[in-house]
Ligand binder design. Structure first.
Ligand SMILES: CC(C)(COP(=O)(O)OP(=O)(O)OC[C@H]1O[C@@H](n2cnc3c(N)ncnc32)[C@H](O)[C@@H]1OP(=O)(O)O)[C@@H](O)C(=O)NCCC(=O)NCCS
Length: 194
């Protein structure tokens, strides 16, 4: 277990203050509740299986973090009562290759497009680089032809994973300063726009 990241405050372009902190066991109920608020599209992009709700087993899995091989952070609205969670980002290192991690960033639909995803991705890359991870991978359905084509065009590698599922791989920039110009950032923008 590595030390969890210290909470850090960020200010969005519109002045909204958010706090990004480690995912904690006490976030379980909120995670369950917020998941059902996601649009079907956001659910499908986050989980290929897009369950209607998160099972207790999946919640156990999502909350099982050690801040080294399995890392997760949440973004919360600093000025709202109860500092509600609006976004989450995680990576999980692959057992067969410690330089590769499955990664995911999710922002509640009503809060997308305000810079929260970029902040979470920046923090995730920072942590992953420190942990020696150089490549992120995520699953996408093969039937998502347009998205896979667009992701290839911005520098991602697309390889077969399981039947019906493609693994999209993209290298991390060497430093977070280079994130906005990197293929990884283009992958996030492409997911949003396609
Ligand atoms: C992908 C996701 C995390 C991005 O979060 P976000 O908070 O909307 O991201 P940001 O506001 O930081 O925007 C990132 C970029 O996308 C662009 N963008 C965001 N929303 C957009 C929209 N509706 N239309 C066009 N572009 C958009 C932003 O302009 C920004 O690009 P820029 O820096 O060139 O201006 C979010 O859309 C999401 O949760 N989607 C569902 C789950 C998912 O697809 N996760 C990724 C795979 S695991």
């Amino acid at each position: 277990m590595a030390p969890p990241p210290e909470p850090r405050e960020h200010v969005l372009a519109d002045g909204t203050r958010i706090v990004v902190r480690a995912l904690l066991p006490e976030d379980r109920d909120e995670l369950r509740e917020r998941y059902v608020e996601l649009s079907p599209r956001s659910r499908r992009l986050r989980f290929v299986s897009a369950p209607v709700q998160l099972s207790e087993r999946l919640l156990d899995h999502l909350l099982d973090v050690d801040f080294d091989a399995r890392y997760a952070i949440v973004a919360r609205l600093a000025d709202e009562p109860g500092t509600p969670g609006v976004g989450i980002a995680r990576y999980a290192r692959r057992a067969d290759d410690p330089s590769i991690a499955e990664a995911a960033v999710t922002v509640l639909d009503g809060y997308q497009g305000r810079g929260i995803g970029t902040i979470l991705l920046t923090r995730l890359v920072e942590a992953a680089r420190t942990a020696g991870i150089t490549t992120f991978v995520a699953d996408v359905m093969w039937e998502n032809h347009d998205l896979l084509g667009a992701l290839r065009n911005v520098g991602a590698t697309v390889v077969p994973e399981e039947p019906g599922i493609a693994a999209v791989r993209v290298d991390l920039p060497p430093t977070v300063e280079g994130l906005r110009e990197s293929p990884l950032y283009e992958v996030m923008r492409t997911v949003v726009a396609t």
